[in-house]
Design a protein around this ligand. Structure first.
Ligand code: HEC
Length: 210
């Protein structure tokens, strides 16, 4: 801000613009154009003072007194909390080798829910087969033909890896291991139900399950 009093006209009075009644600033003349000492609007000034107060509160609150945490601190706190939760909830480990079909009604119900939502489009409502094979008979494409038996593990591998060239995608990222076990248990509970319009058998006949 310029101090007008220092820059008075020779007779001591600041020079005033007749049109606006504002003072002229001394030494602010370029090519004959002179700058007026315009008053800043109140709202602008309050906004400006507001930013100064905000900056002070911010500086003290975040950097000096540390009333509030900085982003980095917040991040660390959240990570620590997540770590604790992780420690408290042990990871579900799937013992694929010893996996057996679930028989609890709640698991089968969850399995049916998943089936009706995702698998039904290709395997048909009663698992009688459509694009995908009929899964109610004892013919399977992906059984363990070497040992002549079919296990839930064989089917689990199909769901995890998919059979892309035949149109079945991998559900590894969509379903948890438990959900896969549930949906397969539901499918296996439909063995021998002989739905109408069942798709012709595909694959090899397996008499031993498990
Ligand atoms: C986009 C169509 C499609 C969807 C959706 C689909 N499948 Fe399949 N599925 C197939 C096809 C096609 C095959 C046959 C693969 C082959 O020929 O090797 C198959 C094969 C299978 C097999 C092996 C059957 C056998 O005879 O060995 C299982 C088990 C299976 N699907 C489970 C599921 C489950 C569980 C879901 C839902 C989470 C699902 N599929 C969703 C198309 C699909």
């Amino acid at each position: 801000m310029s101090n007008i009093d220092d820059k008075k006209l020779p007779h001591g009075e600041p020079e005033i613009d007749e049109l606006t009644n504002d003072r002229y600033l001394e030494d602010h003349e370029y090519d004959g154009i002179r700058e007026l000492d315009n008053k800043l609007p109140q709202w602008w000034l309050y906004l400006f003072y507001g930013t100064i107060i905000f900056a002070l509160v911010y500086l003290v609150g975040y950097h000096l007194a540390e009333w509030w945490p900085l982003q980095e601190g917040e991040y660390k706190t959240e990570m620590a909390a997540a770590h604790e939760v992780k420690q408290a909830t042990p990871e579900v480990t799937i013992d694929l080798e010893n996996m057996v079909p679930m028989i609890a009604a709640a698991d089968l119900a969850s399995g049916k829910e998943i089936y009706d939502k995702i698998c039904v489009t290709c395997h048909a409502p009663e698992a009688q087969g459509l694009v995908g094979p009929n899964m109610t008979d004892n013919y399977w494409i992906h059984g363990d033909s070497i040992n002549n038996r079919i296990t839930i593990k064989n089917l689990y591998d199909v769901v995890i890896n998919g059979v892309i060239e035949k149109g079945m995608i991998s559900y590894k990222d969509q379903l948890t291991p438990v959900q896969i076990q549930q949906v397969l248990s539901y499918i296996l509970s439909l063995q021998g139900t002989k739905p109408v319009n069942a798709k012709a058998p595909q694959g090899k006949k397996y008499d031993t399950f498990g």
